[in-house]
Structures are given as structure tokens and as C-alpha cells.
Design a protein around this ligand. Structure first.
Ligand code: C2E
Ligand code: CA
Ligand code: CA
Ligand code: CA
Length: 278
């Protein structure tokens, strides 16, 4: 059934739901997921292009839905952002990621930095930097083990709280990366104003080079970043050819299915820690 000119009605076990009802139901489910421990993090490794050494892990949230199985963030983060629930989800993600770092350190592994994705709403909230400082202090973790990935669009919103959070976080020693670089509309002038140390090139650009030449946009971004003394991470690297082109451009780090999919913490331990901790 369809509402004239509007969104689709959804057939649910409780009956036919209007788009509003369906949305309210989903929000309720997501709240429950948070409360009942249905969210989890997977970690995708990042590697140094030159040495192939493990250089970091990106935390990516998943929802282990009781009926629908494991859901990707694309299926619930947008709704969480629209309803403000992202603030709580973000707190949970940060807390979980640093707790994981603590666990790894306690077990005697030498963890690499973990990156956490922040939505624009979180970055705008006053006191974010202070909360992160408190979290790290409580667990006795050095700030360099945490990196935050923020999108260009979050820098164009309400600029003052964003700038003060980022400045404070950089001062603490937390890494700041601009995610999906090139897909937003930020100007170079804005980029120069923000205290960041890494640029992540969006996977759409990495995957757009079809020849044995880097895509001009990738080359431009790498050169721009290096000119500003920023490190570059290429995301979505799926084959050796893409990696070769990045190596030619002296792109520092790469991440993608060529190396590894995002993995549960236990698998990260099996693959990367157990080998090094002998
Ligand atoms: P992102 O931060 O740009 O993350 C990269 C996405 O690309 C991830 O999807 C990852 O699984 C996928 N990916 C990695 N390597 C490859 C590859 O070689 N090829 C292809 N085709 N894809 C690759 P995922 O996990 O579904 O996450 C999607 C987006 O959801 C993320 O994009 C990020 O914007 C958001 N997200 C994930 N976790 C969080 C979180 O904890 N908080 C917030 N606010 N957003 C999150
Ligand atoms: Ca990211
Ligand atoms: Ca990205
Ligand atoms: Ca993305």
C-alpha cells in the first residue's frame, strides 16, 4: 500500500504502519539496541603503504539486530542523526573503543591507534573535548592512541564549537582526520583553519582510476595534503593496481578490502596481536 505522493507504508507484524509509525518503531528499536547491548564495533586495519606495517584500526559500528541480523551503519546512523540518538550512540562508540584499547594494553599487546567516526552533531556539542579527555584519563590511555574521523560537512556547520573542540583535542594529542575528503564542499581556506593532521581520500576517488595512471583528483589531493604537511590515507583500496598507484604518489596509508574487511576485535587479536606479542 502506498500513501499518495508520500513515503511507503510498511507491513509489520503489528499491522500496516504509516511512515511516521514505522519511523517511531525504528527509533524505539534503536534505543533498545543501545540499552540491551546490541551494538558492537568492528575494526578495519590501516597499513603503511611503504612498509605494509599495521598502522591503525578504524572502529565501525554494527547493530546485531535480534530479527534482522547484523546491520551496517548505513541502515541506522542516518535515523540516529535525525532523531538526536546519535549523541548516545557516539558516546557508546567512544567508550567501547577506548575500553577495547585498555583491554589490549592490559593483555600486553601494543595497540595501534584506533579511529572513531564522529557525526557532525557530536562534533558540535560543547564539552566533547573535555569528555574525551576525562575518558582517556580515567583509563590511563595516551591521547595518541585515539584518532577522530570527521567529515568536511561537519566543519561547515556551527563553526565555533567545532573549532574549539578540535583545537582542544589536538592540544591533548588526539589525532584528527578529515574523512571522505573531496566529497564535500569545503574550501582550501577552511581546511587551513582547522587543526587536522590527516586526510582520508574517499573510496569513490580511489576506485575511479581505471588506467595505469592515478586519477587526477587523487594526485591533486595527495599533493595538496603533503603541501600542508598532512598525512594521507586512501580508503577503499581493493586491488594491487590501486595500491601501486598510491605508492607512486607517496600516499602514506591505505585501507580497504585488499588488506582486510572490518573485523570483530577477537579476529584482530588473532591476526595482528598474537603474532607480535611473543
Ligand atoms: P566511512 O567512515 O567512510 O567508512 C568506510 C566504509 O567503507 C565502511 O563501511 C567500510 O566497511 C567500507 N569499506 C572499507 N574498505 C572498503 C573497500 O575496499 N571497498 C568498499 N567498497 N568499501 C570499503 P561501513 O562500515 O558500512 O560504514 C559506513 C559509514 O557509516 C562510515 O563510512 C561512517 O561514515 C559511518 N559510521 C560507521 N561507524 C560509525 C560510528 O561509529 N559513528 C558514526 N557517526 N558513523 C559511523
Ligand atoms: Ca571513516
Ligand atoms: Ca571514509
Ligand atoms: Ca564514506
Amino acid at each position: 500500500a502506498k500513501k499518495a505522493g508520500g513515503d511507503r507504508w510498511v507491513l509489520h507484524e503489528d499491522g500496516l504502519l504509516s511512515p511516521e509509525e514505522e519511523r517511531a518503531r525504528k527509533v524505539g528499536e534503536l534505543r533498545e539496541a543501545l540499552a540491551n547491548g546490541q551494538l558492537l564495533l568492528h575494526y578495519q586495519p590501516k597499513f603503511e603503504v611503504a612498509s605494509k606495517r599495521l598502522a591503525g584500526l578504524e572502529a565501525l559500528v554494527r547493530w546485531n539486530h535480534p530479527q534482522r541480523g547484523e546491520l551496517a551503519p548505513g541502515e541506522f546512523i542516518p535515523l540516529a542523526e535525525e532523531t538526536g540518538l546519535i549523541a548516545e550512540i557516539g558516546e557508546w562508540v567512544l567508550g567501547r573503543a577506548v575500553a577495547q584499547l585498555r583491554e589490549w594494553e592490559d593483555w600486553g599487546y601494543e595497540p595501534v591507534p584506533v579511529s572513531v567516526n564522529l557525526s557532525p552533531i557530536e562534533l558540535q556539542r560543547e564539552g566533547l573535548a573535555g569528555r574525551i579527555e576525562g575518558l582517556l584519563a580515567k583509563l590511563g590511555l595516551p591521547a595518541r592512541l585515539l584518532e577522530l574521523e570527521v567529515t568536511e560537512s561537519s566543519m561547515m556547520r556551527d563553526i565555533d564549537p567545532v573549532l574549539s573542540n578540535l583545537t582542544e583535542l589536538r592540544r591533548l594529542g588526539v589525532g584528527i582526520a578529515i574523512d571522505d575528503f573531496g566529497t564535500g564542499y569545503s574550501s582550501l581556506g577552511q581546511l587551513a583553519r582547522f587543526p587536522v593532521d590527516t586526510i582520508k581520500i574517499d573510496k569513490s576517488f580511489i576506485q575511479s582510476s581505471r588506467e595505469d595512471e592515478p586519477a587526477p583528483i587523487v594526485e591533486s589531493i595527495v599533493n595538496l595534503a603533503h603541501g600542508m604537511k598532512l598525512k594521507v590515507v586512501a580508503e577503499g583500496v581493493e586491488d594491487e593496481r590501486q595500491l601501486r598507484l598510491l605508492s607512486r604518489l607517496h600516499c602514506e596509508l591505505a585501507q580497504g578490502f585488499l588488506f582486510s574487511r572490518p573485523l570483530p576485535a577477537r579476529e584482530i587479536e588473532e591476526r595482528y596481536w598474537k603474532k607480535s606479542a611473543a
